[in-house]
Design a protein around this ligand. Structure first.
Ligand code: 9MR
Ligand code: ZN
Length: 537
């Protein structure tokens, strides 16, 4: 982006009256906040602005403290920016992030009464063929489109649902509102209604022997057309260990969450989770998933299944109490696991959440005491990374990967869980900086959530948004954000000398920086749910 950006960076959706107002300032001197009558209510000096490695900006986070609800002006040097403080400023964007998944629904019509101008007829309703045996035809309709493409992938779907279910379990007060989706009003929180749409599909992705197909996609990505116009053959791609273990974990978790809501559904999920786990036990030889010859859709080629097995063992232990799973979880757990990792490739963190919040003391010295100690240690490191960043971003300069929003939101999740676990709120402000990052407090002065913020992403790599003829993209979707580690050849040169935190193009073809994905929305839902829950007190 070439235009000159404001020297004040802020959460463009506003701030909460009960939490400190954090902004980043790029001009040394005095920062003032004045109320609508022009009275200066705060004044602070920035002091020297240190150089931020990830952005190459001289910038500093300024904590303006608690500011009562109202409309204000922040001033720094010649520049000023509006500041809005409210009681509960983030419920709407959190709701939109959940509803973003509704907009990803496949296999059903998105009716105008729920989808408004983003309505469209049902898509991908034809039967799928097994890639390995094209004689086998199955109806596998439903689930969410993964991202900007129309593929549906088991592992990514499983982690997305898990983020949402844990958001509900741990921060339910901030994510339980009605969202105007088809199931609204049925007595179940809409976040659970929405997650169930994916769970029902996940169940269809299981083969009779218990294994899960890795994905349901075509052999190539569709062009930028609406989903209902994408009519080429979809295939059930070969089964994989990682998909099977992730699905087993997710279904076991879901069986607990839905137990009081729908016993039959819950029992079914637990049965299938156990069946998947048995398949894994009976097929111990790990075969990494690689796209079969001629297939070019997303690979999600995870090369390590230990973390998925760990997560599945934890969830099955939590769901059944059977010591067999505890023993397995202990076997798969190791000291060098990335307990802060909640993404499709490494799900160790999801196993950790299960241990910390569900299994608890029953986990004993390995799965509880030891793991907790290590988790707390990790959180301290994350807070330090945030502290060393000019924008407070909890991501080292060399970690701006494809979908950098995931580790950033993931790190916020860890910091939040530290507080939920210990009752100590010392990392709350570091967690809040990540939420503020997503909504505009960043090196790009951009809100990464569609539909929110005065300078928001507009040209996301998302087929419906790019082909529906509507200027505004589908709302409530979060962009993957800056990436300088794995760029498309055509972007490589343009981004070559750009600092990592700015390696971003708000351009439709830039899937490597500006795609959306269900499993990027979901950790943001968790974070939004936590901060919205704080605003309810
Ligand atoms: O999220 C995935 C990211 O971690 C990988 O680096 C990237 C390249 O392999 O792929 C991302 O996943 C994409 C998937 O393969 C297909 N659907 C869109 C996903 C988001 O960009
Ligand atoms: Zn579809």
């Amino acid at each position: 982006m070439s235009e000159s950006l404001s020297s004040i960076r802020s959460n463009q959706t506003g701030y909460a009256e009960s939490l400190p107002v954090q902004v980043a300032v790029l001009e040394a001197g005095t920062v003032t906040v004045s109320d609508s009558k022009g009275n200066v209510i705060k004044q602070i000096e920035t002091g020297e602005l240190p150089l931020d490695e990830a952005s190459a900006d001289n910038v500093k986070v300024m904590d303006l403290g608690i500011i009562p609800a109202g409309e204000y002006l922040i001033r720094s040097g010649e520049e000023s920016r509006k500041l809005k403080v409210e009681k509960d400023p983030w419920q709407e964007v959190t709701n939109a992030l959940i509803k973003g998944l509704y907009f990803q629904r496949c296999g059903c019509e998105l009716e105008e009464k729920h989808a408004g101008i983003y309505k469209h007829p049902a898509c991908h309703t034809a039967p799928a063929l097994e890639w390995d045996n094209k004689e086998v035809k199955k109806y596998v309709i439903g689930g969410w489109h993964d991202a900007g493409d129309y593929g549906k992938y088991v592992g990514p779907g499983a982690v997305t649902v898990a983020h949402m279910l844990y958001a509900y379990l741990l921060c339910g007060k901030g994510c339980s509102e009605e969202l105007n989706i088809p199931e609204s009003g049925n007595g179940v929180a809409d976040i659970l209604n929405e997650a169930r749409y994916e769970l029902e599909w996940l169940l269809k992705m299981q083969r009779e022997d218990g294994a899960f197909y890795h994905k349901l996609t075509k052999d190539h990505f569709a062009p930028f057309i609406m989903p209902q116009d994408d009519k080429e053959q979809e295939y059930l791609m070969p089964v994989s260990h990682c998909a099977t273990a992730a699905a087993s974990a997710c279904l076991a978790l879901a069986s607990r969450v839905y137990a009081d809501i729908d016993k039959e559904f819950s029992d079914k999920m637990l049965d299938e989770a156990v069946k998947a786990y048995e398949w894994l036990e009976n097929n111990p030889e790990f075969i990494p998933f690689v796209n079969p010859e001629g297939v070019r859709t997303g690979m999600y080629g995870d090369r390590n299944v230990t973390d998925e097995l760990f997560w599945a063992s934890c969830e099955l232990y939590a769901a059944t109490g059977d010591e067999k799973y505890k023993n397995s979880a202990e076997k798969y757990y190791s000291d060098d696991m990335n307990l802060w990792s909640y993404g499709w490739a490494d799900v160790s963190g999801l196993g950790a959440i299960c241990c910390l919040f569900e299994i608890g003391e029953k986990g004993g010295s390995v799965l509880y005491t030891g793991l907790k100690e290590k988790f707390i240690d990790t959180c301290k490191k994350i807070a330090e990374i945030s502290g060393n960043s000019g924008y407070g971003t909890a991501l080292p300069a060399d970690r701006y990967i494809w979908g950098s929003i995931l580790p950033i939101m993931g790190n916020a999740m860890s910091l939040i869980m530290y507080e939920l676990l210990t009752g100590d709120s010392s990392f709350r402000s570091a967690a809040l900086l990540q939420w503020n990052y997503a909504l505009g407090l960043n090196a790009l002065d951009i809100s990464f959530v569609t539909g929110f913020g005065e300078r928001r992403v507009m040209n996301i790599h998302h087929r419906p948004s790019g082909s529906d003829g509507i200027t505004e993209p589908v709302p409530g979707l979060i962009s993957g954000g800056p990436n300088n580690r794995m760029n498309f050849p055509q972007n490589k040169e343009r981004l070559a000398n750009v600092p990592p935190a700015k390696a971003f193009l708000d351009e439709l073809p830039s899937a490597d920086t500006n795609e959306i994905a269900i499993y990027w929305n979901s950790p943001a839902i968790f974070v939004g749910a936590f901060f919205s829950s704080l605003c309810k007190q």
